[in-house]
Design a protein around this ligand. Structure first.
Ligand SMILES: Nc1ncnc2c1ncn2[C@@H]1O[C@H](COP(=O)(O)OP(=O)(O)OP(=O)(O)O)[C@@H](O)[C@H]1O
Ligand SMILES: [Mg+2]
Length: 224
């Protein structure tokens, strides 16, 4: 299976917007894409990320397919399990299901949940799912003060599990009026620490559709 795994330094930093835009960029270039959110919590009543991704790749049935993890509470899967809710189960089985769903696709885009070490169960985190999927892993991070440590921590956590990071996307999520001088130096500093990983910047935009140009840069970087 060829594709990208979109993870992040945390929740709400732009994984869905980027994955949606990357999906659109791929579709515009004639690729058949499967864009999947295999684990989604806070599903009340809809799996909103999964629906956005499925729409972007033109296969809405991917959002409601069997064998994916869905839970109502807006919590990490392990927290949900501890409350008596559903458990994620075998990552091998989940990977097999993703492969089945993506069997007709040229390129598969999988969005993680939260950041790289979100506990899926007592032992495993999203980083283990990244290792199991063996796609091109992309870290999305909020381009703001603090991102250096968040990003370096995420890269180390993935490396420890033998997952190599293929790109880092510094996303301008925060409102323009908020002053943050780190925004202009974050990419350069990270590049010195991570010379082998391409670092892309995404400007603040109004909709995921406005991110397609930046996603096209990612498309080229990942050599899709
Ligand atoms: N480049 C951007 N410009 C402006 N707003 C952005 C940008 N990227 C993300 N956002 C805002 O941040 C919100 C969160 O983005 P998104 O839903 O993609 O994050 P996520 O990492 O997928 O979150 P989750 O962990 O809940 O899945 C969006 O709804 C949007 O309001
Ligand atoms: Mg999301």
């Amino acid at each position: 299976m060829k594709g990208a795994f979109i993870t992040a330094t945390g929740t709400g930093v732009g994984k869905t917007w980027l994955a949606t835009a990357l999906s659109t960029a791929c579709v515009q270039r004639g690729k058949r894409v499967a864009a999947i959110k295999p684990i989604e919590t806070g599903v009340d009543p809809d799996a909103r990320d999964a629906i956005e991704l499925a729409r972007a790749c033109g296969n809405e049935s991917l959002a409601t397919a069997d064998g994916l993890y869905r839970a109502k509470e807006p919590l990490a899967p392990y927290a949900i399990e501890k409350r008596g809710g559903p458990s994620v189960g075998s990552l091998r089985a989940m990977t097999k299901r993703i492969r089945e769903l993506a069997k007709d696709a040229d390129y598969t885009i999988v969005e993680g949940v939260g950041g790289v070490l979100v506990p899926l169960d007592r032992e495993r985190t999203i980083a283990d799912l990244a290792a199991q999927l063996d796609l091109q892993t992309v870290i999305v991070a909020r381009n703001a003060l603090g991102v250096l440590s968040y990003t370096l921590t995420a890269v180390e956590a993935l490396r420890k599990r033998k997952v190599s990071v293929r790109a880092i996307v510094l996303n301008h999520v925060d409102r323009k009026r908020r002053d943050d001088m780190s925004r202009t130096s974050n990419a350069d500093v990270l590049a010195d620490y991570l010379p082998r990983i391409p670092i892309l910047r995404v400007p603040r935009v109004q909709t995921p559709g406005d991110m397609v140009d930046a996603a096209t840069q990612l498309y080229n970087t990942l050599k899709i």
